[in-house]
Structures are given as structure tokens and as C-alpha cells.
Design a protein around this ligand. Structure first.
Ligand code: TRP
Length: 326
């Protein structure tokens, strides 16, 4: 199993509930690889010092969220050069037309019209290389990454069609509950760091978290009733989903708990539950960030193990396409 997150901003509870939390629970069942996708991040301009800081913070947060480096291979994408090497080969098996149709490319080029660089266009091919090079069975991602997994499978099938079974065809692994945490301010869009008022960051102060939940948008009707109805009441459904993930309660139990109490009681309760969920993670992240030598030992060991596996696939690919073995 393999996945990555871009260190393009602070991690938030959407990343945690939609991804990292579930990853931590799978370490005994699967051989898991997780990486910081720093190479993907520079498709949009980054401040170098900030990028370095965020990669380390992200690693510390992953570990604090329960990703045990003894059981999971944690590494930094740019430390394993074979991702980029495979991406080049795969570029030659990916069509201009199919990359042009990627919704993320269309969105990002609209948002960064002054910097529509080749890396942004090629993003899905690097991602396909990230995945295929480890021959994973599953790729746990959020719903928004489905199209990227699809194109990865298309590229792999095309390559296999020419050269035989080189790549395993990976399956997306998309979690139901918590898969898509929506913005607290605009519940019809995904929780995102670019909209900080609707976004709860992993390392955010409890008072700020509580304030954001108290202000969370519920619904426009006057029903004032905690009821799971995602179509009619997306804001309430989102809060219920967050509360369910933070407490382990079912929607039915939550409806009962707040029966007759309305949003005035519900919203702060969700805020409190999230503060409690984050408290131990925040403390552990700070402790790890103070221990740079430990973090370094983790990402070094991770890259070494990842490179070993990745190089096997790369050698096979190079041989198939006709490169002379060095
Ligand atoms: N594109 C993914 C995202 O933005 C991050 C990513 C890069 C990734 N490479 C990956 C995820 C490989 C899974 C597998 O969330």
C-alpha cells in the first residue's frame, strides 16, 4: 500500500480523517509506504525555507498521528531519484490529450494563470511513477484523486500491453466515512488550506478550533435539528461526519445525543471533540520536531528502503524499453 501527501500547506483534519488516520490502522495488515510529495509541490511556486519546514513538520505529524516508522516506510519523494527517472519513461507512454483533460490541471492552471509550467501539466505522470514503481495493490487517497489513479492505471495498462506484465495495476482505496471533509464555512467545497476560515489545522490552537466550529455553517432552513441529510443539510452532515470520526459514534447515536438540542449545543460539542482528538497529536508533534536527529534517522532509513524496492522496478522498465544496463 502506498500514498503521498503534498507538503504544500499545513496539514488539516481533512488530511487526517480522510487519509492519515486510516493509514495508521493498516500497518499490521499491509506493507505500507508513505511519502512527502515535495517534487509535486514545486509545480506551484514555493518559498524554499517554508517548504523545508513543512516537510519536517509533516513527517513529525505523520508519526504523531500513529504512523510508526518501524512498521511503515516513511520517506521524502525527492530522496528517491527513481521516481523522476520512471516518470521520464512514462512520459513517453502518456498522451498530450489525456493530460489536457485532467480536471486538476484545468483548475490549477486557472488559479495560477501566470505559471502554467510543464511540471503542472506533467503532474499525473510523476504521480503514476510514484505509485507504479512500488507495485502496490492499493493506493489510499481522497475522492479528489480518483482521476489521477485512473490515468495511472491507463498508463500502466498501456505499458503492460506493449511489454508484458511489468506493472501491477493498483486499486484506489477510498474511505467512506471521513473520506471527504468539507469546509466549515462553505460546506459545498472540500476543506482546504486555501480557505482558512473553514479549515481546521492539525496544529491549530484549541481556542481557534472552537471558534471555527461555533461559526460553522449549518443549513439555511430553520429546522435546527441534528439530522443526517447530506443533500438538504450538507453543513450539518459534514459536522456529523467529523464528530463521528472523532468520537467513533454512528450517525444514529449522534442524532439521539442531540435530539431536541439544536445546533447551539451541537457545534461546540464537535469543536470540543476535535480539540480532544488533536491534543495528544499536537503534543507529540512538538516533541518530535524538537528532535531533528530522530526525524533525520527516520527519513534516511525510509528512503533507503524505498529506493531498494523502487530500483528493482526501474531496472526492469529500463531493460524492457531497450536501455543498456549500466
Ligand atoms: N496528488 C496527491 C494529492 O495531491 C499527492 C500524491 C503525489 C500522491 N503522489 C502520489 C498520492 C502517489 C498517492 C500516490 O493528494
Amino acid at each position: 500500500m502506498l500514498s503521498g501527501i503534498q507538503p504544500s500547506g499545513e496539514l488539516h483534519i481533512g488530511n487526517y480523517l480522510g487519509a492519515i488516520k486510516n493509514w495508521a490502522e493498516r500497518a499490521d495488515e499491509y506493507d505500507c509506504y508513505y511519502f512527502m510529495a515535495d517534487m509535486h509541490t514545486i509545480t506551484v511556486r514555493q518559498d524554499p525555507a517554508e517548504l523545508r519546514r513543512r516537510v519536517l513538520t509533516q513527517l513529525a505529524t505523520y508519526i504523531a498521528c500513529g504512523l510508526d516508522p518501524e512498521k511503515n516506510t516513511l520517506f521524502i519523494q525527492s530522496h528517491v531519484p527513481s521516481h523522476a527517472q520512471l516518470a521520464w519513461v512514462l512520459n513517453c507512454y502518456t498522451m498530450f490529450g489525456e493530460l489536457s483533460r485532467m480536471t486538476q490541471f484545468k483548475d490549477k492552471s486557472a488559479r495560477h494563470a501566470d505559471n502554467i509550467n510543464a511540471g503542472l501539466f506533467d503532474y499525473p505522470v510523476l504521480m503514476a511513477a510514484d505509485i507504479l514503481i512500488y507495485q502496490p495493490d492499493y493506493v489510499p487517497v481522497g475522492e479528489d484523486q480518483r482521476q489521477h489513479i485512473e490515468i495511472c492505471r491507463d498508463i500502466a495498462n498501456r505499458f503492460n500491453g506493449i511489454y508484458g506484465d511489468v506493472f501491477k495495476i493498483p486499486e484506489p482505496f477510498i474511505q467512506k466515512v471521513g473520506a471527504r471533509v468539507m469546509s466549515l464555512a462553505t460546506p459545498d467545497s472540500k476543506m482546504s488550506k486555501s480557505q482558512p476560515e473553514g479549515c481546521v489545522f492539525m496544529l491549530e490552537k484549541p481556542e481557534d478550533i472552537l471558534r471555527k466550529f461555533k461559526r460553522a455553517v449549518t443549513d439555511s432552513d430553520r429546522e435546527n435539528c441534528v439530522r443526517y441529510a447530506p443533500e438538504e443539510k450538507p453543513g450539518v452532515a459534514n459536522l456529523m461526519q467529523i464528530y463521528a470520526s472523532a468520537t467513533g459514534k454512528s450517525y444514529e447515536e449522534i442524532e439521539k445525543e442531540f435530539d431536541g438540542q439544536g445546533y447551539g449545543a451541537f457545534k461546540p460539542a464537535v469543536g470540543e471533540a476535535v480539540v480532544e482528538m488533536l491534543r495528544p497529536i499536537q503534543a507529540e508533534t512538538q516533541r518530535l520536531l524538537a528532535d531533528k536527529a530522530y526525524l533525520e534517522s527516520v527519513y534516511r532509513a525510509g528512503a533507503e528502503k524505498a529506493a531498494y524496492v523502487a530500483n528493482k522496478t526501474l531496472r526492469k522498465v529500463y531493460k524492457k524499453v531497450g536501455f543498456i544496463q549500466p
